[in-house]
Design a protein around this ligand. Sequence first.
Ligand code: NAD
Length: 356
Amino acid sequence: MNKKILVIPGDGIGQEVTTWGKKVLEQIAKKYNHTFSFDEAIMGHTAIEATGNPLPDETLAKAKATDAILFGAIGHIKYDNDPSAKVRPEQGLLKIRKELGLYANLRPIKLFDELLGASSIKPQILKGADILFFRELTGDVYFGEKKRSEDRNTASDLMIYSRYEVERIAEKAFKAAQTRSKKLCSVDKANVLESSRLWREVVQDVAKKYPDVQTEHMFIDNAAMQLIKDPKKFDVVLTANLFGDILTDEASQIAGSMGMLASASIGDSVGFYEPIHGSAHDIAGKGIANPLASILSVALLLDISFGLKTESNAVITSVEKTLKQGYRCKDIADSTTPIDKICTTSQMGEIVISNL
Ligand code: NAD
C-alpha cells in the first residue's frame, strides 16, 4: 500500500512522543511491505514562534493533501498564564479540526491487564472496563460566540449545537455500538441547558433507527460519578465537545495514565490521530514522556484510515508484550516496578519497535 502521512509534532512532549509514533509507522511499512511517505508541518506555539500564526497556511494545505495525519500536542506555559494573549496555540488545533471537518473524536478507553495496579481506582472495579467515547469536536462552547463586556468584568461563551451536528456524530456512535455490545449512553445536561435538550431530542430520534441498540441518557454530573464508581457499566458513550473533553481526561485514570490514551478524529475527509494528552510543560524536555499514547494512535490510524487491521493489531500486541515484559514509563510505574524496568521515552519506543 502506498500512503502519504503528515506528521505534526506540535509543542512540548508532542514532539518527543510523535518521533516514536513515526518510527513505529516506518517499522510497520518495512515489515509488511508498504510504502509510507512522510512529510512534516508545524503548529501551535512552535508555529507562532516561526510565523506568528498557530496554523500556517502551508500546514493546512499539507493537511488537506495527505492520507492521514499523526499529531502530537500543542501548548506552552506562557499562554496558560496569559489569558489575554490574542494569538494562542490552541487556535491552531481548533481551526484545523474545523477546516478538515473532524467532527467525531473517538477515544477508546481500555485497560491493559498489566496496568491494573497503575490506576488510583481499585483493580476489581477496573478489570474488564472497555469504553469507546464519541466526543463531538467542532461545536459547543469551543466554537460559539465569545464576548467580554466593555468594562471587561463580564464574559460569556455561547454553547451552540445544530441538529445536523448532533445527528452525524450520533449516527457514527450508534453504528459503532452495533459492532460492540449494543449499548449506548448519551451524556448531556438536558435538565438545565437548551442545547442539551436539542442533543437529547436528536439522539432519541436517531436511536429509533437502531432498535437493536439499548440507549440510555445520563446527566454529565451523574456520568462523571458513575465512570469512577462502575466503569464497566459503560460501552459506547456519546457526548458533546466540552463534556467529552472533561469525561475522557477523567476516564484516562481507568487506563492508568494520560500517557496511555490514543484518539482518532474523523469526519468528512482525512483522519487525524493524536494522544489525548497535552504538551505537558511539567515533564517536557526531560525525556520521560510516555510514548504509548502516540504509538496506540498509530494503531488507530492504520485501522481506521488505511483499513490495515493486521498491522494495527500488531502494534497493539507489541505494546501489550512490552507491558507484559514489565517495562514502564514513570507515569505507569508503581512501587512494585523494578528500577531497571523504568524507561525513558526512547527506551520505551525502542522496546516496542523491537517487539514489533
Ligand atoms: P497535559 O495533558 O499536558 O498534562 C496533564 C498531566 O498528565 C501532567 O502532569 C503531565 O505530566 C501528565 N502527562 C500527560 N501526558 C503524559 C505522557 N505522555 N507521559 C507522562 N505523563 C503525561 O495537560 P495540561 O497540563 O492541562 O496542559 C498542558 C498544555 O497542553 C496546556 O498548554 C494545554 O493548553 C495543552 N493541551 C493541549 C492538548 C492538545 O494538544 N490536544 C490537550 C490538552 C492540553
